[in-house]
Design a protein around this ligand. Structure first.
Ligand code: ADP
Ligand code: MG
Length: 375
């Protein structure tokens, strides 16, 4: 058995590349020109609403769906394209599903060992036992090896599912909404812990989820998916602060679009809004603003809640329309004189009443602009 067919056998993380994947189910185009690239050891995430094709993308990587066009490569191997096809069991890919699907009649250790029965080479009983203990320690479930799935919490079951998928040292791990059955409180904490576990195991991983907090807590790189393709593949920071399109800006985080005017007549280019001026220091922001502007210099800017700062000394006033207590902060919805609404995150000791005018000013690191939509 030649070892280069099984790059995961030595526990080496594999890179992943999906190039221009197309999948049709009957008349429905489910994936169109979907492209993703992960370096070995990197954690990527596809983030998108239900039905956008996330699970189908994972099934293409695992080999359960053959793409109509495009190429899938895992490590140095092309596993699917018009001329190549490697069956799922030979792809060295581990999978963790949403519903963890543990075997109810097997205990924890037997569930984890199940992953070792199949695979490119046989494991001896001794090797198997050692590996089971090793991965149970990695997922922080030592001592629970004799329990049955019904004796575990949802979070513990999900750890067992993860241990089972990691046991054969896959070159690549796929996770389909792994926390969606868990309490929201537990989700983000577990996502951060899972990131540490994956980094400790050195595994390349591709996660799909509709939950941006999960995506941001786990992934090095996130692709925002819309109707079968990746609209933007970027770091969480850039998706939030420099979204390429209005739809990405809308899907990732909160914010509002404010009408603005670009002024290029002065030495330092500025953007004028009804609540102040923003200078365009960053050449990237300036180029983008020039591209976004119409013949009259009109465009929209994206304001995130942290770009609008409450300042009692500011003469620029906005009226509190709604407020949501977030513990350390209030999220205020503020009405500007024009009636346009913006969001502001304000430390929660500034407790203002609904209807009250409060001082605000702009404080944005990046000036993100978009063309005005056609009416
Ligand atoms: N095996 C299949 N046969 C036909 N249609 C499918 C199949 N799998 C998924 N679909 C359709 O493809 C679309 C995307 O599904 P899916 O990949 O499960 O989305 P997501 O995981 O983002 O919710 C949906 O409209 C779904 O109904
Ligand atoms: Mg799905």
């Amino acid at each position: 058995m030649e070892s280069d067919r099984f790059p995961g056998i030595a526990g080496q993380p594999a890179g992943l590349s999906l190039e221009d994947i197309e999948v049709r189910f009957g008349a429905q185009q489910v994936l169109q020109r979907l492209s993703v690239r992960l370096s070995p050891g990197e954690i990527g995430c596809l983030l998108g609403p239900s039905g956008c094709g996330k699970t189908t993308a994972l099934r293409v990587v695992a080999g359960f769906v053959r793409p109509d066009a495009g190429r899938v490569s895992i490590g140095a191997r092309t596993v699917a394209d018009h001329a190549h096809w490697i069956a799922p069991e030979h792809r060295q890919v581990g999978i963790v599903f949403q519903d963890h699907a543990l075997f109810p009649h097997l205990n924890v250790a037997e569930n984890v060992a199940f992953g070792l029965r199949h695979g490119p080479r046989p494991w001896s009983a001794k090797e198997r036992e050692a590996r089971v203990n090793e991965v149970l320690a990695l997922v922080q479930l030592p001592g629970l090896d004799k329990r049955f799935p019904h004796e575990l919490s949802g979070g513990q079951q999900q750890r067992v599912a993860l241990a089972r998928a990691l046991a054969p040292r896959p070159g690549l791990l796929l996770l389909d909404e792994p926390f969606s059955n868990l309490d929201p409180d537990l989700r983000e904490a577990l996502a951060m812990e899972l990131r540490d576990m994956l980094k400790a195991a050195g595994t390349t991983a591709l996660l799909v989820t509709h939950d941006q907090y999960e995506a941001f807590a786990l992934a090095d790189c996130v692709g925002v998916m819309e109707r079968g393709y990746v609209a933007q593949w970027d770091s969480a920071y850039r998706l939030y602060h420099q979204p390429d399109s209005r739809s990405v800006a809308d899907f990732v985080g909160m914010g509002s679009f404010l009408p603005a005017t670009l002024h290029l007549e002065r030495d330092d280019p500025v953007i004028e809004t009804e609540i102040g001026w923003l200078s365009l220091q960053d050449p990237e922001d300036l180029e983008r603003a020039k591209r976004s502007t119409d013949a009259h210099g009109q465009l929209d800017i994206l304001l995130r809640p942290d770009d609008v700062v409450h300042d009692d000394s500011s003469r620029q006033l906005a009226v509190v329309r709604r407020k949501a207590f977030r513990g350390a902060e209030f999220l205020y919805t503020l009405a500007l004189p024009s009636g346009q609404e913006v969001l502001a995150l304000v430390p929660s000791h500034h407790n203002h009443a609904l209807g009250e005018p409060i001082g605000i000013r702009l404080d944005a690191d990046h000036v993100v602009t978009f063309a005005r939509p056609h009416a």
